[in-house]
Ligand binder design. Structure first.
Ligand SMILES: CC(C)(COP(=O)(O)OP(=O)(O)OC[C@H]1O[C@@H](n2cnc3c(N)ncnc32)[C@H](O)[C@@H]1OP(=O)(O)O)[C@@H](O)C(=O)NCCC(=O)NCCS
Length: 149
């Protein structure tokens, strides 16, 4: 029963209230910072809330910028925050797949993500979803790609 919603004045505070576990905070920006970036990059940013019935459970922000000089930023996941108490239920997978569906709809066959290495980080999650490291590092982070079938 998961679905995506756009960010609106009605669900803004639900979005901002999504908090990851304290030990994960070094791996992703707070939602409020991502929404500020989305505002500043509103031609390319794609911020969405994931709902489980009436509960906002996760936030994902993609970036669609086909002519970005960095290939890793042309069609990629920029942020993903699953609420601490909702993790391990498939919400992260749903958010990534929803982003991939949007990417496919826009004609892309490759999506990227950057992740920071480290204990408690999201590497195992992205590998489980089929992302493969490209061998590049950008801003100290691993670049992963997923080719869409
Ligand atoms: C990483 C994160 C997005 C995963 O979200 P989630 O909703 O808990 O993940 P899901 O329940 O959708 O898991 C999907 C699969 O990945 C696996 N997985 C998830 N987190 C994992 C981890 N830390 N280590 C190993 N496997 C993991 C799950 O077991 C599941 O595998 P399955 O196919 O065998 O069932 C979430 O933990 C999070 O928000 N972390 C903090 C912020 C962060 O690091 N964001 C990414 C920034 S790039």
């Amino acid at each position: 029963m998961l679905r995506l919603e756009e960010i609106t004045p009605d669900n803004l505070s639900a979005a901002v209230n999504i908090k990851v576990r304290p030990e994960q905070e070094g791996f992703v920006a707070p939602v409020v910072a991502s929404l500020a970036e989305a505002y500043a990059s509103r031609l390319t940013a794609w911020p969405r809330l994931v709902y489980d019935h009436d509960r906002a459970v996760a936030f994902i922000m993609g970036n669609f910028h086909p002519d970005n000089e960095l290939e890793a930023f042309r069609c990629g996941i920029w942020r993903l925050n699953v609420a601490a108490e909702e993790q391990g239920k498939g919400d992260g997978r749903f958010a990534v797949m929803a982003f991939c569906e949007e990417a496919r709809r826009r004609g892309s066959r490759r999506v990227t993500v950057l992740w920071e290495q480290g204990e408690g980080g999201p590497e195992a999650f992205y590998l489980r979803l089929g992302f493969k490291p490209t061998g590049e590092m950008l801003f100290g982070e691993t670049v992963g790609e997923l080719l869409l079938g």
